[in-house]
Design a protein around this ligand. Structure first.
Ligand code: URA
Length: 236
């Protein structure tokens, strides 16, 4: 059984600040198990108590998952002194305990999982789990076949160990798709750089079982369903 203060319970679900919730409670808009409650301090058992705000059920979600199509220009962090962060894009949600799972560079775009589930994040980022990530890149020149093979086969990017094998598909027109199962710093750019190419554009299109759909535009996000999370979890 897990108990949670009423004000925390409501703020988690609605994204309202604690002070706003105090006002809402004071105004008598909240009922717990049919009784009007004006104090935020009472403890709620999420498995059995029924909380209603303005006669609508408030359903607590301990873990929340969002799939963001990150635009270039914002940083994959929860706070930054100079730039917008990916959490600024989710400003209509309660972002207090949310964080991005891993990083995309400031100039990179694409799939970023945002959650408050530390355990799942840990698993997805663990170097032992080898979660697959797929990136689409635009290069400064046409990719040669011998270089494609070099990048696929444990290319040395100057770290202690060479990279694990990757899958690289040449899409023509200076474009390529690369699948890797590690998450080293600037890894994709460094893999291509080690073969003599500059990555001019980089977008992550998949991570584990999650894929970026075409209808989720750059800068947009959506909630991830529990079914999708279960599938992702099975991969790790
Ligand atoms: N590899 C990179 O070089 N940059 C990213 O943002 C992600 C993977």
């Amino acid at each position: 059984m897990s108990l949670l203060r009423l004000d925390k319970y409501i703020s988690n679900t609605t994204g309202e600040s604690r002070s706003r919730i105090k006002e809402i409670l004071k105004a008598g808009r909240v009922k717990v198990n049919g009784e009007t409650v004006k104090s935020g301090e009472i403890k709620i058992d999420e498995s059995k108590d029924e909380v209603m705000l303005d006669s609508k059920p408030v359903v607590f979600e301990r873990y929340r998952y969002f799939l963001l199509n990150k635009p270039a220009g914002c940083v994959s962090a929860t706070k930054d002194k100079l730039s917008d962060t990916v959490l600024d894009i989710l400003k209509n949600e309660n972002t207090a305990d949310l964080f991005p799972v891993g990083r995309l560079d400031k100039d990179s775009e694409g799939l970023l999982l945002i959650t408050n589930d530390g355990m799942l994040s840990h698993e997805l980022l663990s170097p032992t789990k080898h979660v697959e990530k797929v990136y689409r890149v635009v290069l400064d020149k046409e990719l040669e076949e011998d270089d494609r093979l070099k990048i696929e086969n444990c290319i040395d990017i100057g770290d202690d160990k060479p990279c694990l094998p990757a899958v690289v598909e040449n899409l023509g027109n200076k474009e390529a798709e690369i699948k890797i199962c590690e998450g080293r710093f600037h890894q994709v750019k460094r893999m291509f750089a080690a073969a003599g190419y500059q990555v001019l554009y980089l977008k992550r299109i998949a991570m584990g079982s999650l894929r970026l759909e075409d209808d989720l535009k750059c800068g947009e996000y959506r909630k991830i369903s529990i079914d999708e999370i279960e599938k992702l979890r099975r991969r790790v």
